[in-house]
Design a protein around this ligand. Structure first.
Ligand SMILES: CSCCC(=O)C(=O)O
Ligand SMILES: [Fe+2]
Ligand code: NI
Length: 179
């Protein structure tokens, strides 16, 4: 189940809000400019579907997203618990960073935490299968799917250069273990 916990940035371990209600999640995230939607996708895929097949199956949805945002490209990120780069990729996403474009992700399968840091608060959004999240450009955030990551997500890029992160150097993610 999707979830949202909101903390004061100085009070890890004491959430001021903890909800699994999709409408509340969308409302709270919407208040900081983050789009969150649950999609009832009729697409069904084999467990071993290739990225090309996943992209093709979701093409109508991707076209809609790209049309709305003017975005240019999409890819598939698939993490499995035994992925040889699981540890390295975890480290890469786990440090607080920003992007100069919106971070648009759709969870085809599995789950992961997007953690947003803004206005003195930390928002831990647990995204699960069927969730669309769009994190606006320049919002500080990190991502964690744990030591045994298990998810497939679509990534939509507006920037031709693909995934580019600017790390803030703030070690706050170490204070907020989420996965
Ligand atoms: C679910 S996509 C991996 C996370 C990511 O792209 C990011 O934090 O920038
Ligand atoms: Fe990011
Ligand atoms: Ni802060």
């Amino acid at each position: 189940m999707s979830g949202l916990r909101i903390f004061d940035e100085n009070a890890p371990g004491a959430p001021m809000l903890d909800t699994g209600d999709p409408a509340a999640i969308a409302r709270e995230l919407g208040a900081i400019g983050v789009r969150f939607e649950r999609w009832d996708s009729p697409v069904t895929l084999d467990d071993d579907a290739e990225p090309e097949a996943i992209l093709a199956a979701y093409q109508p949805y991707l076209d809609r997203l790209m049309g709305e945002t003017g975005a240019g490209s999409a890819d598939v990120i698939k993490m499995t618990p035994d992925h040889p780069q699981a540890g390295a990729l975890r480290e890469k996403f786990l440090n607080e960073h920003i992007h100069t474009e919106d971070e648009i992700r759709f969870f085809v399968r599995g789950s992961g935490h997007f953690v947003l840091h803004t206005s003195g608060r930390v928002y831990d959004a647990l995204c699960t299968q069927g969730d669309l999240i769009s994190v606006p450009a320049n919002i500080r955030h990190w991502f964690d799917a744990g030591a045994k990551p298990d998810f497939i997500a679509l990534r939509v890029f507006t920037d031709q250069s693909g995934w580019v992160a600017h790390f803030t150097g703030d070690a706050i993610s170490a204070q907020f273990p989420v996965a």
